[in-house]
Design a protein around this ligand. Sequence first.
Ligand SMILES: [Fe+2]
Length: 135
Amino acid sequence: MEIIKWRESFKTGVTSMDDQHKTLLELINQLYSILRGHRERNEISDIVDVCLNYAQKHLHDEEQLLIEYDFPELQEQVDHHAQFIETVNTFKNRLADSPETVVPELYTFLRTWWLSHVVEIDKKYGPYLQEKGVE
Ligand SMILES: [Fe+2]
């Protein structure tokens, strides 16, 4: 499985969100390189924490922005975000017991999720926010 490389086509057109999506992708890619590098357990759990915390921060910031501009499909976003947090919490609960098996699964989940989150869901708010003058 290859890492995802950032492409212009991933842009929503909203700079703050695009920057966060890019950072999130970098963190997911870091998780991959750490997985491949047979690193220490604590190094893996550090990057997992940074990655998951950043993902939660991003979803929070995104929801705030969509609330501020009255995005009509806010509920779809909120549901999608809640589902993500629920899945991540399940992973977190399993992580301590067997990181060797859970971390690769988590990586695959994050990678797939990132693509569906950004490409399928978030691109919908780009034109709407741009019309409202958000850059
Ligand atoms: Fe997003």
